[in-house]
Design a protein around this ligand. Structure first.
Ligand SMILES: NC(=O)c1ccc[n+]([C@@H]2O[C@H](COP(=O)([O-])OP(=O)(O)OC[C@H]3O[C@@H](n4cnc5c(N)ncnc54)[C@H](O)[C@@H]3O)[C@@H](O)[C@H]2O)c1
Length: 361
């Protein structure tokens, strides 16, 4: 596609996150949504209202793929459907932005990543955290040596419980991959991106201790972790840690990410959008902490719940579709983030360290 061509967009899945993609495709410009697919007519209706003009409507991805109406598709259906949904879209040679997690099982994630190896269109795994402007700045500073030699990376997410989804699919690990895959694949991807190495072993202590315990779906109680600590050792010696709590909606900052090297520490705070730099000063010496704010454009902030990241991700994705930029988050990145999440799930369940080699990585 040339830089002036209008991208014809399709969406597969028209639930909550699809609305954020719709808002950002509209905000970005240079494209128009032409087709949507979802088995639930009420979801199609709501998405159509958000789009604001007539679009072709289909019950599944195969019909949308066969329509010839779209150039690029956002896959935003439930996690467990991703592998099946992607097949016809890839057969039709469409550009694809696939929501995280790439899949819910190792076999499915590996199969998608393998299929993408020979794919000559854009395939991109959606990983919003890389594209939040303050987080992008944080990563750039670390890669530029701001903290010296990176040694430790700590990611804390303290937030609200999982929201209600269409058909309550997100209450069961069989549908999501488990919390450490579903939600934490974002953070495992961010770890790999910051550390610039591959994980070697994972230990996770986690359980469902507070949320969802009184919920019943066809008599079944949800089985998803709502709090955990995960430690990851990377091949280059960097240690990373994820501290997840999904009953801490009162916390001032939802995400606090700390990178510490031999020279300094750098933090990023979301939603504050602040970076805090703390160089080493020696015992009892005056601190030299500096703090600055990274601005996120208000229209990008307002077009979703992910600190403007969906807008910037779409901008980079559209550039890749037009042949004007690289794929920044590949299918392989998506696969590896799923594998780390599954390692954490196994670790929490079996209360042991899980090596990535056990998973064939
Ligand atoms: N990147 C992020 O930060 C982020 C945030 C939220 C959700 N997500 C991801 O987006 C995806 C959708 O999540 P959501 O919150 O919108 O869920 P949702 O339940 O609100 O919406 C899912 C939609 O997909 C439809 N659907 C079900 N099976 C389908 C199929 N086979 N083909 C087409 N449509 C189908 C449902 O009817 C529903 O409308 C998930 O993979 C989720 O992990 C990502």
């Amino acid at each position: 596609m040339g830089s002036t061509d209008t991208i014809r967009w399709g969406l597969v899945g028209t639930g909550m996150m699809a609305l954020e993609h719709i808002a950002n495709i509209k905000l970005l410009g240079g494209g128009t949504i032409t087709a949507i697919a979802d088995p639930v007519p009420a979801c199609l209706d709501r998405a159509q209202r958000a789009i604001g003009h007539d679009v072709a409507r289909f019950a599944d991805s195969a019909a949308l793929a066969a329509s010839g109406l779209v150039d690029a598709v956002v896959v935003v259906s439930p996690n467990f459907t991703h592998r099946d949904v992607l097949g016809p879209l890839m057969d039709a040679g469409l550009h694809i932005l696939c929501e995280k997690p790439l899949a819910t099982t190792l076999d499915d994630a590996r199969a998608v990543a393998t299929a993408v190896k020979g794919y000559d269109r854009t395939f991109w795994t959606a990983m919003e955290y890389r594209f939040m402007p303050p987080v992008s700045e944080f990563v750039a500073q670390i890669h530029a040596g701001k903290v010296g030699q990176l040694q430790m990376l700590s990611i804390r997410e303290h937030r609200f419980p999982f929201l209600v989804k269409v058909g309550d699919w997100n209450r069961f690990a069989v549908n999501t991959g488990g919390t450490m895959v579903e939600k934490c694949c974002h953070f495992f991807d961010l770890m790999r991106h910051v550390v610039q190495a591959e994980p070697v072993r994972v230990y996770c202590s986690g359980a469902m201790d507070v949320n969802h315990r009184d919920e019943r779906y066809d008599g079944r109680t949800p089985d998803i972790i709502d709090n955990s600590y995960t430690v990851v050792d990377f091949a280059n010696g960097v240690r990373a840690m994820l501290d997840l709590c999904m009953f801490a909606d009162g916390a001032e900052q939802q995400e606090e990410i700390l990178a510490t090297g031999d020279k300094a520490r750098l933090d990023v705070l979301i939603p504050a959008g602040d970076l805090v730099f703390s160089p080493r000063v020696g015992f009892l010496q005056p601190k030299q902490v500096s703090r600055w704010h990274v601005e996120t454009p208000p229209d990008a902030l307002a077009a979703g719940q992910h600190h403007g990241s969906t807008f910037f991700q779409h901008r980079h994705f559209a550039a890749a579709v037009r042949g004007e930029g690289p794929v920044i988050v590949t299918a392989n990145d998506g696969y590896r983030a799923v594998a780390m999440g599954l390692a954490a799930e196994i670790s929490a369940r079996e209360r042991r360290v899980v090596t990535m080699a056990e998973l064939g990585l």
